[in-house]
Design a protein around this ligand. Structure first.
Ligand code: C2E
Ligand code: MG
Ligand code: MG
Ligand code: MG
Length: 278
């Protein structure tokens, strides 16, 4: 029998699998090249207070132009960046870039809170690189920013991770505002929520999608909102795309909304155009 060669191995993959493999390889390589922010950009999506209609803050979202693949969605590349830990240098760039943008808006008369997505890999013990805490405190001190206006969005899946939550608690004690993102997607225990230092709960878009046709989704959103308020937390609903969804979640008592109905994510300069609304 012939020895199994690399050529044989390659031939057992279908052409579809080969294409996927080549793409994920190109993403990994590209992320390494872009780990310092090259080819990356941040866009900002406003969050709106439902009752007053005022913009209270923005969430920073990454955009990436890959040299060969073109635009790649964060839904595709963030999990790769987490697995390969490129998210650690990239995450540092995101924090510095966002806080500098926040300071620039303030110099131009627009005082907004900023939401930064922080991935579990950035909080893991021995993550390497500069600790998130040091990056945040350095930049806030240097730029004279109010730490409570810096919202760190961590996902619900982090709640059961004791070591990471200790780090989150340290960040909360230092004055940063903790937000739990995508709440309801991962079925974290409610007791973990009660113990967490988070001040805001972001209700997953999944509940909003069918809220107009499905009374059960309304019941869940109302329940989460009452729970959050009972724990002294504010709620944000994400993914509001039309007025009927907005009316439904407003009826549930949600405080803040984010979604295409109000604004799509936009570049930092365009945020200045919101000055009249804010
Ligand atoms: P996320 O943090 O839950 O962000 C919300 C996502 O929903 C964003 O997608 C946003 O553009 C999208 N969105 C907002 N309003 C609507 C709407 O009305 N309808 C619909 N269909 N979508 C809406 P995006 O920018 O593609 O980001 C996807 C995910 O990638 C984020 O989910 C977050 O988990 C991750 N991500 C994005 N930027 C960063 C970052 O800077 N750092 C880290 N660690 N993760 C990031
Ligand atoms: Mg988020
Ligand atoms: Mg979310
Ligand atoms: Mg998310």
């Amino acid at each position: 029998r012939e020895a199994l060669t690399a050529g044989h191995l390659v031939s057992v993959f279908s052409s579809d699998q080969r294409r996927r493999l080549a793409r994920s390889r190109a993403i990994e390589d590209g992320l390494w090249e872009s780990r310092g922010g090259a080819g990356m950009a941040l866009v900002y999506q406003p969050k709106v207070d439902i009752l007053s209609g005022q913009v209270t803050g923005v969430e920073a979202l990454m955009r990436w132009h890959h040299p060969e693949l073109g635009t790649v969605s964060p839904a595709e590349f963030v999990p790769v960046a987490e697995r390969t830990r490129t998210i650690i240098p990239l995450g540092e760039w995101i924090i510095r870039e966002t806080l500098n943008q926040q300071a620039e808006w303030r110099r131009k008369g627009l005082d907004l809170s900023v939401g930064i997505n922080v991935s579990p890999a950035q909080l893991a013990a021995g993550a390497g690189g500069t600790p998130v805490m040091d990056i945040l405190t350095d930049e806030c001190d240097r730029l004279d920013l109010d730490r409570s206006m810096v919202e760190l969005e961590i996902t619900e899946s982090l709640l059961p991770d004791r070591a990471a939550m200790d780090e989150v608690r340290t960040l909360a004690d230092a004055g940063f505002h903790i937000v739990i993102d995508d709440f309801g997607r991962d079925h974290a225990a409610l007791s973990l929520l009660a113990e967490s230092p988070a001040r805001t709960l972001k209700i997953d878009k999944g509940f909003v999608d069918n809220v107009v046709r499905n009374d059960r989704q309304v019941a869940i959103i109302r329940f989460i909102t009452e729970l959050a308020h009972g724990l002294g937390m504010r709620t944000v609903v994400e993914g509001i795309e039309d007025i009927r969804q907005l009316v439904a979640v407003a009826g549930c008592g949600c405080d803040v909304a984010q979604g295409y109905f109000y604004y799509r994510p936009m570049c930092g300069d365009r945020i200045l155009g919101l000055k009249a609304d804010a």
